[in-house]
Structure formats: C-alpha cells, structure tokens
Design a protein around this ligand. Structure first.
Ligand code: M6R
Length: 566
C-alpha cells in the first residue's frame, strides 16, 4: 500500500488465508495498493521471492504475472550499476529498471514505459510509487490485464473473476497497452509510442462462477481450449533447467520415465522421443509397478525422470523414495511449484500449464509432451546425434504446435453418439501414436465409462482381433509417418470384420480418408510431435460422450484429481 508518503509491504509464503490471518492484510491503511498471488516460475515459493518487489530506495513496488525471459541479462546490467536485488525472481528486475530510469532523470510514467520497452517475455505488471501516491501504473504483454471501472474507484486484475463482485464494467487492455489509473479515471497509452488510445468499457454480465470457467460449461472444456496458450507458455521453459536435466539423464546407465495415468502416457511418448531423436533408450514405467519390476536392479547409475502434474501422486512418491534410498538420481517434470516432487528431485522442470481443475488431465498432457520433446532435443544435441539444421527444423516444428492445436480444436466430432452407444471401443496406433492411443483410451474411459481396448496396432492378429464384430468402433491414430502403409493394412483388416473405423489422420491424406468410415482431419505436424495435436479429438470425443451420457466431465465417478494414497 502507499500510505503517508511511504510504501508499506506485507508478504509471505504459504496459504493465502493463513498469511492474511498472520499479517492482517485487510487492515493495511491506504487506498492505493497492489497485491499478487505468486505462481512461482523463477525461484522457490519463499517470503523473499513473494511479490511485491521493491527497488533499492523503497519508493517503487511492483507485482508481475508472466515470465521475463531476458531477466538474467537485465539483472547483470543492474548489478553492474550498483542495484541490489533481494530475490531470485525474474520480476524484481522491473522495479530496479524503473528506478534506474528515474536516476537518469525520467519522470515516473516515462521511466516505467522505458523499463517496459526493455523487457522480453510476458507480463501483466502493476506498479505503485511514493512519488505519485495516487496512481497505479500497469501494462500488459502476452498476459491478461483488465480494468474494473467503479463508482469512485477503479481496479486492475488479471482475471474478471477478481473484479465481478465489485463491478461489471470492464476495460480489456490490448497487448502492448500501458495504463495510468487513479480512483477517478484512467488513461491508456501504447508502450512503444507513448500515444494515448481509447479502449471501450464493456459490461460483463456474468456471475463469478461462470467467469471462472470463462463462459465454458465445464472446466475440462475450458482447459481443452486453453491448450494453444498453455503450450505457448510451456515453450518458454527456462533453458538452463532443460539443459541440466539433459546432462543428468545422459549420465545414467539405466533411465526410467516414471508416472501414473496420463503422466505415464506422456512418459511413453517421451520414450519414443528420446530414442528416435537422441538415440537414448529409456524405460517408461507405471509408478505402482516400479518397485516390483525394477526395485531389485536399480542403483547409483540409475536415473529416474518422474512426470507428475500434481507432484503429489502417492505411487510416484513411494517409488522415488525407494529409489532415493538406493542412490538413484531423481529428476522431475511437474506442473506444481513447491510440490513434493520438486523437493525430492535433484533437478526439475516446471510445465507452466497453469492450474488444472478438471479431474481429467488435458492441457497438462500436451505440455508434458512438449517439455519431454524439448529435453529430447537437448539430449540429441548433447550426444551429437543430430545436425544443427535438424535442430533448427525441429525447433520450428515445436514452435508451430500451438497453431496446430488451435486448428485441431476446430474439427467436428460426429462419431460421439455412435461411441456413446458402444459397449466397447478400440483405439490403435503404431510408434509414437501408440502413446496417443493410450492417452485417448484413458480420456474416453474415465469420462464415458465405456471399456476401451488399446495396444500397438501390430498386435491385433496376436489375439485381440477376435473381439471385433460388426459395428464395434475402432479408432486409428494414423499420422503420415513410416507406419502409414501398415496402418492401411490394419484398417482393411478391421473393416473386413465389420468394424466401424474412425481414422485420425493428416487432412491431405486422400487415400486414408476414402478408406475410413469417419475421418478426423489433422493439420500438418512433425510425426514425432503428433501426440500434442492428435490427442485433441480424443479429448473432445471424451468430453462430448460424457455429456451425451449425462456424466459430469469435471468429476468422473470414483476419481479424484490427485491420488495421494497408494
Ligand atoms: O498428478 P499426476 O500427473 O501424478 O496424476 C497422475 C494420474 O492420477 C492422472 O493423470 C489421472 O490418471 C488423470 N485422471 C488422467 O486424466
């Protein structure tokens, strides 16, 4: 808060209600203030890393949502200029940069704008200063920021849900906007040119609960449609941690990729990526089977990369505890800062997918695959298994994933009713698409409660094809890879036995299109990265099948979001 010519800061790490009870945040004096609940990306969730962050003089305080990608370079520059930074966050550099421009004689608003121009990455940032105690300065780039327009007051927030109790009149700031806010008004200007712009006030006629779901009837659907954005965030991973994981993986003699449910399926995708890109064989393993299957044979040269959205899954943690006692190296990929997995891992990477509320994992699967692909690429380079032009090419495929996912989200899914009426569904794939099939099966099964059978398509003749009879749906995951011809053979095989064949394949593949009873067109994508995009129709099919059958997609029966018992 800004009060009596000073900035008062109260902050801590922990649960919001406990911090509030301890620090009495609500009783802070003053009428101009900023606050932030930090979702840690750089630096652990500690009091010193909590927001707000102040400059050296204590005259400026900022809160920031996003990732400042060039913070290391900025930090070095600021340290060379005798600034002293207290935290390990990327955000703190913003306060000191503004201070630096003030030192050079700029006025506060101009200093803020100059500082913003130096930032690379994403931000919704708000600043208060004892130099202008009646104002809040704020700005956005690649992160949401909304003004709530009230009678006798104005507010800012990243999400309309935070404002709806106070006002329904909102101004949605555009990327590259900066705002100067007071209790009686606001001025919006462009960060790059400084010119002022008009932004319309919109009346948002939603309840807080509707807004939390952003107009979607369920969290699951919201999270499915969020994927282009979450994937863009996951692309901005801190490369130093990816590098560290790659180095530690490369030192192992035996490498396990360990997870449960969806996270295990991502591990299966990972094993194909590690093998095909980096020529590194790894063993994907279901967490609850790790000790019985491999417990007796692990040791100091075993590396385990555990994948867990929550970082709290009991089966994962007990496998890791067992491995830790035997001096194995533990690495982690998780979506949850401060989770047990982050504490027991020698090194970990955060997925940056944001909170997932729906019990069914959707956006966290695609982001896990993307993180694994980045690690695999790094490993390939480290091990000298890939030429520079191939690295560049693969990187450009990686950066196209969010767009491909956006396109996949527009595809219609007619077979829903047909699936909803089926007593069993087959989902088949070969190569990396086997992992897509595994995850497709899990989604369909946990939401529609229809038994689903999945195995690598080449296994049909070894037994399961005897189940096929007229009308049973068989869904093939068939991107245009080296298994295309074999897939055509498998589809014919199923058709010959009366199966209803659905094929998820490339939009331009006319031959497959003609062969399938129903064809779901996918955009062009590198076949090894296809799980990120080819899983989308399964997520949508699962969601709509649940709706048709009258199930709650956010809370499938017998399941919980985090399985913290073995
Ligand atoms: O938090 P985790 O990733 O460790 O959770 C693992 C599984 O419990 C989870 O993926 C579960 O299978 C989901 N319901 C899948 O949609």
């Amino acid at each position: 808060m800004v009060y009596a010519g000073e900035i008062l800061v109260r902050k801590d790490a922990g649960r919001i209600d406990e911090i509030n009870a301890r620090l009495k945040l609500e009783s802070m004096p003053g009428t101009v203030g900023i606050a932030h609940t930090r979702w840690a990306t750089h630096g652990a969730p500690t009091a010193v890393n909590a927001h707000p962050h102040t400059d050296c003089s204590g005259r400026i305080a900022i809160v920031h949502n996003g990732v400042i990608e060039n913070y290391l370079a900025l930090k070095k520059e600021l340290l060379d200029l005798d600034h002293s930074l207290a935290s390990r966050t990327d955000s703190e550099v913003i306060a000191h940069l503004v201070e630096e421009y003030l030192r050079r004689g700029e006025q506060l608003e101009q200093a803020f704008r100059r500082a913003l121009q130096r930032l690379e990455g994403s931000y919704a940032v708000a600043l208060v200063s004892s130099l202008s105690p009646e104002k809040i300065l704020a700005a956005r780039r690649d992160a949401p920021l909304i003004i709530g327009v009230g009678k006798g007051f104005n507010m800012l927030a990243s999400d309309i849900t935070a404002l709806l109790d106070m006002t329904k009149e909102m101004v949605f700031l555009h990327d590259g906007d900066m705002v100067v806010l007071t209790a009686s008004g606001y001025v919006v200007l462009r960060i790059d040119t400084g010119e002022t712009v008009e932004r319309q006030v919109k009346v948002v006629d939603l309840t807080a609960e509707m807004a939390e779901k952003q107009g979607y009837p369920h969290f699951m659907l919201k999270e499915i449609f969020e994927q282009p954005e979450t994937l863009r965030n996951s692309l901005k991973l801190q490369t130093e941690y990816v590098d560290l994981l790659a180095e530690l993986l490369d030192r192992g003699r035996t490498i396990f990729l360990l997870g449960a449910g969806t996270s295990y399926n991502a591990c299966v995708t990972g094993s194909y990526l590690f093998s095909q890109l980096a020529r590194l064989p790894t063993l994907p393993v279901i967490a609850s089977e790790f000790i019985p299957n491999y417990g007796a044979s692990i040791g100091v040269d075993t590396v385990i990369l555990a994948v867990s959205q929550s970082g709290e899954t009991a089966d994962v943690l007990s496998a890791l505890e067992y491995a830790r006692m035997r001096a194995c190296t533990i690495l982690g990929i998780t979506n949850t800062v401060g989770s047990t997995l982050t504490r027991v891992s020698r090194a970990y990477v955060l997925q940056n997918a944001g909170p997932e509320i729906g019990v069914a994992a959707t956006k966290t699967f695609t982001s896990q695959v993307l993180v694994l692909a980045k690690i695999a690429l790094r490993l390939a380079r480290l091990r000298g298994k890939i030429a520079q032009y191939e690295i560049d090419e693969f990187n450009s495929w990686l950066s196209r994933i969010p767009q491909a996912v956006s396109e996949a989200l527009t595809r219609v899914n007619e077979p829903v009713r047909r699936l909803a009426e089926s007593k069993v569904v087959f989902i088949l794939g070969r190569g990396v698409s086997y992992s897509t099939a595994l995850e497709g099966r899990l989604k369909l099964m946990e939401l529609s409660y229809i038994p689903c059978i999945t195995y690598p398509a080449g296994e049909s003749k070894h037994g399961p094809i005897s189940v096929i009879e007229s009308g049973i749906p068989v869904i093939f995951v068939a991107p245009p890879d080296e298994y295309r011809k074999l897939n055509i053979g498998s589809i014919m095989e199923m058709k010959a036995r009366g199966a209803y064949t659905v094929v998820v394949g490339d939009a331009l593949d006319q031959e497959l299109k003609q062969l399938a009873d129903y064809y779901i067109e996918m955009p062009k994508i590198h076949p090894l990265l296809s799980p990120t995009t080819y899983i989308i129709p399964f997520q949508l099919l699962a969601y709509y099948t649940a709706i048709v059958k009258g199930h709650d997609p956010d809370k499938p029966r017998n399941l919980a979001k985090s399985i913290t018992v073995p």
